[in-house]
Design a protein around this ligand. Sequence first.
Ligand code: GRF
Length: 208
Amino acid sequence: MVRPEPLRIGVLASGRGSNLQAIIDAIEAGKLDCRLAVVVSDRADAQALERALKHGLKGVFADPKAYPSREAFDQAVLAVLAEHRVELVCLAGYMRILTTAFVRALSGRIMNIHPALLPSFPGLHAQRQAFQYGAKVSGATVHFVDEGVDTGPIICQAAVPVREDDTEETLAARILEQEHQLYPRAIRLYAEGRISIIGRRVLVREDP
Ligand code: GRF
């Protein structure tokens, strides 16, 4: 599918922003034909905002304390995304659970990356969960966001074997390497119009 203009994406991030960086790098390297219209963070000190600034991108701090409720905060974030004409929202280490209204407003247009092979180990500290459980394989998942926590339709996954000599940290680092490959790839599939969602299944049309 040829777009008249590159897909406009918005990234929501609360912290380090290494996945944001992977997306920026893919765009700058010409491997991902998207426009990163805005980066929004709920934390003023998020490294993600510094990364946006460094690359000349628009970064917005939305202060949760400035709003009377989660709903009001999410409406404010929606307004920022609309102002920047964002077509796809990418959560990248965004440490807030989205409100129903937010998810419904952008249904099928929000992605998230999770550091485990969903549906195993949803929620916080997924790498630790997999390590402590004794799983032999973990990995990373990019999925669409629905109203649950890490429950939406799966777009793509990468498996990472757990080694005998792994610690939680070494496992997390190898998963992160895979995340940085996987997220730009998932966004590219979306941007190229190759993804359709049929119930829980995401079908990907391969290159002709
Ligand atoms: C990543 O492990 C991601 O899978 C999870 O949060 C972490 C964010 O890391 N959702 P970063 O901020 O992208 O470096």
